[in-house]
Design a protein around this ligand. Sequence first.
Ligand SMILES: NC(=O)c1ccc[n+]([C@@H]2O[C@H](COP(=O)([O-])OP(=O)(O)OC[C@H]3O[C@@H](n4cnc5c(N)ncnc54)[C@H](OP(=O)(O)O)[C@@H]3O)[C@@H](O)[C@H]2O)c1
Length: 307
Amino acid sequence: MRPPDGSQPVLLVVGGCGGLVGRAVLAEFSRDHRIRSVHRHAAPGEATAGVDWVPADVARVRDWAPLLEGVATVLNLAWYRHGSARRFRPLAAGLLRLVDAAQRAGVPRFVHVSVPDAPASLEQGLPYLAFKRSVDRALESSSLPYAILRPTMLFGERDRLLTVMLRTMLRYRRFPMFGEGRYHVSPLAAADLARILRQESERGARTNRVVGGPQRWVYRDLTDRMFGILGAVPRYVRLSPASSVRLARLMETLGSSRLYAYEVEWLLSDRLGPPAYEGLAQPLAAVEPFLHEEAARLRGRAPSVAA
Ligand SMILES: NC(=O)c1ccc[n+]([C@@H]2O[C@H](COP(=O)([O-])OP(=O)(O)OC[C@H]3O[C@@H](n4cnc5c(N)ncnc54)[C@H](OP(=O)(O)O)[C@@H]3O)[C@@H](O)[C@H]2O)c1
């Protein structure tokens, strides 16, 4: 365990360093920050990095003041991928208490990871989005120096989108194609998001930005490329947009967490291909090398030189 260094600024990671973004945040910030993290389940990487873990459900934290003591930056990552209003309401309430307490404590920076725009029906009717926006709005109407970053589809080791798609293609040699697949995605590396979070937090400006990766893919070109990287011919089970949403809803009802109906609707709405984030010192990572590595890992061997 790393000894605590009193000279380093304290970063409070709400949602902790065990998730996809949290792991990248840990790698990015642990060299020059003391990290205090609030989340529920032990995260193996945190113990070795000397993170001060406060085991708690954000929904149940009544008084944030002690956790905010000496904090230079609050970074909020906590959210669920799916659930009902019953699940999201208390989490959002805990985050609203956090915003309020941070304001009262005069926290110098507050960074919050949110999501890109979605169709109006989802924005208003889906608890995942409606409660997320309530946190976004609370920050925007606070007096805090905030940065709201809204990345599109993220990739990284153990992600739950591209890696799951590759695994499905490898296993079944077929993949569902929602509609014509002509909508766009611009995947962003979780490690790049962590660098962006650092850069935007240091700017201290009141900002709200949608963030994309370096390449804006036509979805079907990306899935064709994924089949190619697996050394397979692209084969699709074509579904109309309505059938695609119905299939995802059925999977959801059967308890699958592979894909949710709202994710299909969002994809079909062509809002997940925002332009690349500009302004980092180093270029954003392209998705293809990652896909090669994951494909090799799934096949149980090292990446080939051609990769
Ligand atoms: N992944 C993407 O493609 C993507 C794209 C756009 C935006 N985002 C946003 O980025 C943020 C991080 O996403 P991610 O993909 O890293 O998610 P993730 O892997 O599911 O990590 C989220 C973390 O939040 C913590 N958490 C959830 N509910 C909590 C609660 N009630 N109290 C305390 N901690 C809680 C969980 O830790 P414990 O289980 O230990 O509590 C979990 O490790 C989220 O806000 C998400 O909406 C993600």
